[in-house]
Design a binder for this molecule. Structure first.
Ligand SMILES: [Fe+2]
Ligand SMILES: [Fe+2]
Length: 308
C-alpha cells in the first residue's frame, strides 16, 4: 500500500496548502484533496508556444554537448514536431515561468531533460510518441521544487540534513502537485516525478524502491547527465562531457541504472551515431571531475539562538 511521509509542507504556486508537514500521505488522502479542491479541469496550452519556451529550447540545444547529441537536423525537426503536440495545463506552465524567473538552472534543466529523454525514448520505448505526448514528463519531473525554498536550491555551501531533506521533498511534492493538477494520481507524470531519483539497487529516494519502469529510468539518466554537464550552485564548474559519461557508466557498473539507456546516451554523443546496441563502452576512466564539489557533503545544523 502506498504511503509517503511528508516532512515538509506541500503548497501550490498560489500558496494553497495541500498537505502540512508531518502528513503520512496515502493515495486515498490525495484523492480526497483532489476531489474536494477541484471541481473543474484546468485549461491547457501548447508548451512550445508558451512564453519563450521554444526560443529557449533551441538556444539550449545549440550549446555543447547538446549540439553534438542533436547534430542531425532531421532529428531536431522530428523532435520539435513532437514537442509541438504537447499541451500542458496553465498551473504547470506557470511553474516553468516561476523557474525561468527565480531558478534559471531548473528551467533550462527541465527543458533539456525533456529534449534528451524524448531522443532516448525513441530508441528504447516502442510507442514513445504516444508516451511523450500523454505524459510530457520532462518539463514536469521537478515541479515539486516549487515547494523547496529558493535559498536551499541555490546554496553554494554544503547542505545541512534538514536542507537535504527539503531537496528530497521535491519528488513527493511533484507527485502530489501533478496528481492535483491532472486530477489523476495514476498519471504517468506523477510516477515519474515521484520515482525519478530511485535507483535499480534501491539506493535512491524518496522511498528507496527498485527503479523498474523504462520511462522513469530514461528521465533519471537524462536528469543525472544534464546535472553533471552544467555548473550547479554546489559545484561552480561543470563535468566535462567525458567525465560525465564515465560517471553514468560507473552507475551502470554499480547496477544503479541499466546498460541500454547508458548505451543510447553514449551512442548519441558520438558523431558517427551508431545504433545503441552496437555501442561499445570502455571501462577506462580518463575524464577529470571538477575539483570543487560540495555535493553530498553534509554540514552541521546551525544552532538556533535561544533569543530567536
Ligand atoms: Fe529531481
Ligand atoms: Fe531533474
Amino acid at each position: 500500500m502506498f504511503k509517503l511521509t511528508l516532512k515538509y509542507p506541500i503548497y501550490t504556486l498560489d500558496n494553497q496548502l495541500l498537505f502540512p508537514p508531518g502528513t503520512l500521505l496515502t493515495k486515498e488522502m490525495l484523492d480526497a484533496v483532489i476531489n474536494s479542491h477541484m471541481p473543474y479541469s484546468y485549461q491547457t496550452h501548447p508548451l512550445l508556444s508558451h512564453g519563450s519556451v521554444k526560443k529557449d529550447c533551441l538556444n539550449f540545444l545549440s550549446t555543447p554537448p547538446y549540439v553534438t547529441i542533436f547534430l542531425d537536423k532531421k532529428e531536431v525537426n522530428d523532435l520539435l514536431n513532437l514537442l509541438e503536440t504537447v499541451h500542458l495545463s496553465i498551473p504547470i506552465l506557470q511553474s516553468l515561468d516561476y523557474f525561468r524567473q527565480h531558478d534559471f538552472y531548473t528551467y533550462d534543466h527541465v527543458l533539456m531533460v525533456f529534449a534528451l529523454s524524448t531522443l532516448l525514448a525513441k530508441d528504447l520505448i516502442p510507442d514513445y510518441q504516444e508516451c511523450i505526448q500523454l505524459s510530457a514528463t520532462g518539463p514536469t519531473h521537478d515541479i515539486g521544487k516549487i515547494c523547496v525554498p529558493l535559498f536551499i536550491l541555490k546554496k553554494t555551501t554544503p547542505l545541512t540534513r534538514t536542507e537535504q531533506g527539503f531537496i528530497e521533498h521535491h519528488a513527493g511534492a511533484g507527485y502530489v502537485l501533478l496528481g492535483y493538477y491532472y486530477k489523476d494520481t495514476q498519471h504517468l507524470a506523477c510516477k515519474v516525478a515521484l520515482d525519478h531519483h530511485e535507483r535499480r539497487d534501491s539506493s535512491g529516494y524518496p522511498r528507496g524502491i527498485p527503479l523498474k519502469d523504462p520511462l522513469v529510468e530514461i528521465i533519471a539518466v537524462s536528469d543525472i547527465y544534464d546535472a553533471l554537464i552544467k555548473p550547479r550552485p554546489y559545484r561552480s564548474t561543470a563535468y566535462d562531457n567525458r567525465a560525465a559519461l564515465e560517471e553514468i557508466t560507473e552507475m551502470a557498473e554499480q547496477k544503479k541504472i541499466g546498460w541500454d539507456v547508458v548505451r543510447a546516451l553514449i551512442a548519441h554523443n558520438r558523431k558517427s551515431k551508431p545504433h545503441f546496441r552496437d555501442t561499445k563502452i570502455s571501462a577506462e576512466k580518463r575524464g577529470t571531475p571538477p575539483s570543487y564539489n560540495v555535493y553530498g557533503i553534509i554540514a552541521e545544523e546551525e544552532e538556533k539562538d535561544p533569543k530567536d
